[in-house]
Design a protein around this ligand. Sequence first.
Ligand code: SF4
Length: 58
Amino acid sequence: MPAVVDPEKCEGCGDCISSCATNAIVMEEDKAKVKPEDCCECNACIDQCPTHAISMQG
Ligand code: SF4
């Protein structure tokens, strides 16, 4: 289950990008987006996001 960003909650701060060990998160149109093929499912971005925009989804 890779991480998924809820674009309604993402404020585009970029904190999750620096928390990601596998560079799986990119910014698209001022919203974070997880590349599922690169996500190692470590939960680091979930802990980092100040708006709780990231979760693990199937
Ligand atoms: Fe968006 Fe959260 Fe990532 Fe910031 S840490 S860019 S609010 S998903």
